[in-house]
Design a protein. Structure first.
Length: 142
C-alpha cells in the first residue's frame, strides 16, 4: 500500500479532520502528526510520481501545488519526517529541500500549523509558500 493523494483544495480540511481525530481519540495526548513540505521543482513529473510511491503507509496523505508537495504523516514526529525526506533524497540521489511542522508541538490548529510551516520554510529554505496564504487557500477551496 502507499500514501493516498488528495486534491490541494482539501488540504486544510484534512488537517482539521486529523486534528479533530487526534483530540477525540488520543486521551493520553501522546499522539502527533507531521506536515512535511518537499520542493520537487527540480525534478520531472514522472520521477516525482515514482518517488512519492516510496511512502509506504496508506494512512499518510499527499497534496501538491505544482511541484510543491505536502504530506500529512500520521503518528509521525519531526525525526520521522526526516526519515521520509531521506527516502526522497535516496531516490533522487541529491538533497531535497524540505521543512516540517508537527501537531501539537508547532501549532494547535490548522492555521497555526500552516503559518508556522510558511515562516519556517521562508527562514530555512528562502521559499515563500504563498499557496498557504489563507486568502489563496480559501480561493482554491471555493
Amino acid at each position: 500500500m502507499a500514501a493516498t493523494e488528495f486534491a490541494f483544495c482539501d488540504f486544510t480540511s484534512l488537517i482539521k479532520y486529523s486534528i479533530g481525530m487526534f483530540k477525540r481519540l488520543d486521551e493520553s495526548k501522546n499522539e502527533q502528526f507531521t506536515i512535511l513540505f518537499s520542493d520537487f521543482s527540480s525534478y520531472n513529473s514522472s520521477d516525482i510520481t515514482e518517488c512519492v510511491k516510496q511512502i509506504p503507509r496508506d494512512s499518510d496523505a499527499i497534496f501538491h501545488y505544482g511541484k510543491y508537495y505536502f504530506f500529512i504523516l500520521t503518528s509521525t514526529n519531526h525525526s520521522g519526517a526526516a526519515v521520509i525526506n531521506e527516502i526522497f533524497e535516496s531516490f533522487f540521489n541529491t538533497e531535497v529541500k524540505s521543512s516540517n511542522v508537527c501537531f501539537p508541538l508547532d501549532g494547535n490548529d490548522e492555521e497555526e500549523l500552516l503559518e508556522e510551516l510558511r515562516v519556517k520554510t521562508k527562514k530555512i529554505l528562502n521559499i515563500d509558500l504563498e499557496c498557504l496564504d489563507r486568502k489563496i487557500l480559501n480561493k482554491i477551496h471555493d
